[in-house]
Design a protein around this ligand. Structure first.
Ligand SMILES: Cc1cc2nc3c(=O)[nH]c(=O)nc-3n(C[C@H](O)[C@H](O)[C@H](O)COP(=O)(O)O)c2cc1C
Length: 170
């Protein structure tokens, strides 16, 4: 059977719908926020959510050291932060890239502007080559908007792409 070309792989993989959100992580005085699209619930009991984070990302090290992370879901109308948070964030007081954060129950940063958030402790880490999958047990969650059913940002709301094959396609 012929192998799919990198181009076909990319085009098919990019068809998978994904959220776009910010991952909050922290180890001691080091805090970060990072643009993330690979997020999904993977179990109900316990309630586990998986995120897959580049092995070389600052966020990866902070999650390993800190043992927790937050998932910050963003207003669908405001996709501006996602470009800026694809590089390590600058912390100034209780802000990351000028966006206010507070300390969650695990110590990980929660963005005040997030319309909804989940906070997780690392339940298991699975090394997957280029990325590590962190299975997080949800320890806190909430909404931070008056809208009782907010729409959250998705990859399709932007012209950005993530994933596919490492070389040959993009
Ligand atoms: C639209 C978009 C989606 C992304 N999704 C992910 C993702 O799911 N996992 C990941 O490891 N990096 C993802 N990234 C890349 C990280 O945001 C980027 O590599 C970041 O620089 C690494 O974070 P750091 O600040 O922790 O080093 C994405 C980037 C963009 C622009």
């Amino acid at each position: 059977m012929a192998e799919p070309t990198p181009e076909t792989l990319n085009r098919v993989l990019w068809k998978i719908p994904n959220v776009l959100c910010l991952i909050g992580s922290r180890s001691g005085d080091e805090w970060n926020g990072m643009t993330q699209s690979w997020v999904t619930q993977v179990a109900m009991e316990p309630v586990l959510v998986a995120i897959s984070v580049d092995a070389s990302a600052v966020t990866n090290r902070l999650i390993r050291e800190g043992g927790s992370f937050s998932i910050n879901l963003w207003d669908r109308e405001d996709t501006r932060p996602f470009v800026k948070f694809s590089k390590p964030a600058i912390k100034d007081g209780m802000t990351l890239n000028d966006r206010a954060v507070r300390e969650g129950v695990t110590g990980a940063p929660i963005f005040e502007e997030a319309v909804a958030y989940l906070e997780c402790t690392v339940w298991q880490t699975i090394e997957c080559g280029s990325h590590d999958v962190f299975l997080g047990e949800v320890v806190d969650a909430g909404f931070q908007t008056d809208d009782d059913d907010p729409e959250v940002a998705r990859m399709e709301d932007t012209r950005m792409k993530y994933g596919g094959v490492k070389r040959g396609g993009h």
